[in-house]
Design a protein around this ligand. Structure first.
Ligand SMILES: *[C@@H]1O[C@H](CO)[C@@H](O)[C@H](O)[C@H]1NC(C)=O
Ligand SMILES: *[C@@H]1O[C@H](CO)[C@@H](O)[C@H](O)[C@H]1NC(C)=O
Length: 395
């Protein structure tokens, strides 16, 4: 701390703020979860997307999606399992049922006792009206914002528990995963408004404040442990690298990612963490864990070979040609796109979503690495289940 004595007052103030925000940080050692409730977008959807009308069917429901693990499409936007599946595996909880499968009565009622997944491909943090009011062309799948997903959870509550004390018990033994969410909001703004960083940053507050207000509501309902993933580094995303390509080499970092774009998501994550720090102070008995998907994914670009990614790691596994094998008119699932032989050699499965291999490494980074804050111990894990995870994960 001594070095801070010589800093100018604003820096010392910064140091004080840092201490204030990071003080009350420990997850109880006996934390043990029987269910998971998850909110988010296509990074986390496990099949909700299937239940919205067929004409809206996104490609995530078409082969070769799902080919690696489930051997058929499940609505997951990947070749196999996603981070949420690995978290569930690790905690010895069955893969999460999509909420809309439960709502449509196609799964047994008992499945809700392990939790449900509200995440749905295309979801934004902000409501549909925000984008409509700006005059944007809004995709029909954008009806299921974070607040809509929270309403789904509230509708579900009476099925989960019947008295205040039973609700307290259910909610306090559940892990709530809120996000990743927000990248589709920035996606709309990038596509329909501006690709200037300075014009995008004012929206960060609006997007982060929706996330924090949903967290506050969950806490008020009785949630005790919440994991809040930050944004992924979309400046490395082959879809955006194709659409926002520039001849100015200065705009790319050493990994070939767009610097200004990663800066946007980095700023989002910074503000999110500041707000989470505030919430920790207000709710000292609640565990609020930040999950650093951003840096967990950036590791891949620094040493791809360490993770088994191949020479073409910057390209998409399942795509329709072009410098990044991403082609907007022939995306994965379309006739003009084909999948690579070995998806585990690629970070990205399609233009926007990771391969199972990348998701598995990101999940492992959360369990083992410094990528949860405060460090989250999945402490109910038996040696057998974690061994099982490691065997399967690191084959
Ligand atoms: C989405 O919302 C719009 C506007 O409220 C509505 O017209 C449309 O039918 C909704 N679509 C779906 C799939 O729910
Ligand atoms: C993109 O896909 C279209 C349709 O399949 C094809 O005509 C075009 O050549 C592809 N572009 C590249 C760069 O491969």
């Amino acid at each position: 701390m001594n070095q801070h004595l010589h800093q100018s007052p604003p820096q010392r103030w910064g140091c004080f703020l840092f201490l204030l925000l990071h003080l009350q940080l420990h997850v109880p050692a006996d934390a043990c979860y029987t269910s998971i409730f998850s909110f988010g977008d296509s990074i986390t959807d496990t099949g909700n997307t299937y239940f919205i009308s067929p004409q809206l069917t996104p490609n995530c429901l078409i082969p070769p999606y799902g080919q690696t693990y489930f051997h058929h499409p499940t609505g997951r936007c990947s070749d196999g399992r996603i981070i949420l599946d690995f978290i569930a595996d690790y905690m010895a909880i069955p893969h999460l049922t999509p909420y809309l499968a439960f709502k449509n009565g196609v799964v047994p009622r008992g499945t809700i006792h392990h939790g449900l997944n509200f995440a749905i491909a295309g979801a934004t943090a902000l409501d549909r009206t925000f984008f409509e009011d700006k005059g944007f062309v809004v995709d029909p799948t954008t009806n299921y914002s974070l607040t809509v997903q929270l309403d789904w959870f509230k509708d579900l509550l009476p099925s989960l528990c019947t008295s205040p004390s039973s609700c307290k018990e259910v909610l306090s033994s559940s892990l709530f995963i809120v996000g990743e969410i927000g990248v589709n909001d920035y996606g709309y703004l990038l596509e329909e408004e501006t690709t200037e960083l300075a014009k995008l940053t004012p929206y960060i507050h609006q997007i982060v404040s929706v996330i924090t207000s949903v967290i506050r509501e969950l806490i008020n309902l009785g949630a005790v442990t919440l994991m809040v993933p930050g944004s992924i580094p979309l400046g490395c995303n082959p879809g955006y690298l194709t659409e926002l390509a520039t001849t100015n080499k200065e705009e790319y970092d050493r990994s070939g990612c767009l610097k200004w774009l990663n800066k946007l998501y980095g700023q989002h994550n910074e503000l999110l963490q500041i707000e989470l720090g505030r919430l920790r102070v207000l709710h000292p008995n609640v565990n609020i864990i930040y999950a650093d998907y951003f840096n967990a994914a950036l590791q891949f670009y620094r040493s791809p070979e360490q993770f088994g990614f191949g020479r073409d790691f910057i390209k998409v596994c399942c795509g329709g040609g072009g410098p990044y094998n991403f082609n907007g008119t022939a995306v994965c699932g379309d006739a003009g796109a084909i999948a690579c032989d070995d998806p585990s050699e690629y970070i990205y499965w399609d233009g926007y979503h990771y391969t199972e291999a990348a998701y598995r490494w990101m999940a492992k980074a959360l369990f083992d690495g410094p990528y949860t804050f405060p460090k989250f111990s999945f402490s109910c894990i038996t040696p057998e289940t974690s061994g099982d995870f490691n065997n399967r994960a690191m084959k």
